[in-house]
Design a protein around this ligand. Structure first.
Ligand SMILES: [Zn+2]
Length: 109
C-alpha cells in the first residue's frame, strides 16, 4: 500500500494488502455480516465509481472507471478501506492477488 486517505484507520503506507469486492457497509445485508449480498453490490462493483459516486483515477483530464471496487489489473488501484484486507508481510502477494476476484467469483458458482 502506497498511500491512504486521511480517514483510513485500519491500514497504513507500507502494509501489505489484498483487495476484495466493494460493499456499502450500511445496508441491512452489510450490517448483518453479509456484504456479498450488499444492496449496492452491482452499482459499487460494476458501476465504475467509488462508494461516494466519484471517480478517483485520472490521467490528464480523462477519468477512468473502477471495476469490482478495485481495478486490480492496473499498476495502482484506488479502493475503499472496507474492501482492503491487511495481510502478513511474510505471505507472497503473488499468491493472494487472485483471491480478491477470481477465487471469490469461482466460489459463487
Ligand atoms: Zn451494503
Amino acid at each position: 500500500m502506497e498511500r491512504v486517505g486521511s480517514n483510513v484507520s485500519t491500514v497504513k503506507p507500507g502494509d501489505h494488502v489484498a483487495l476484495s469486492f466493494s460493499a456499502c457497509g450500511h445496508c441491512e445485508n452489510c450490517l448483518s455480516g453479509h456484504p456479498s449480498t450488499c444492496e449496492m453490490l452491482n452499482d459499487l462493483n460494476f458501476g465504475g465509481v467509488m462508494n461516494d459516486g466519484t471517480k478517483r483515477i485520472h490521467k490528464n483530464d480523462v477519468e477512468f472507471s473502477t471495476f469490482f471496487g478495485q481495478s486490480s489489473f492496473g499498476t495502482y488501484a484506488v479502493s475503499n478501506e472496507r474492501n482492503v484486507v491487511k495481510v502478513d508481510k511474510d505471505v507472497d502477494l503473488r499468491l493472494l492477488g487472485p483471491l480478491g476476484c477470481g477465487k471469490q467469483a469461482a466460489e459463487q458458482c
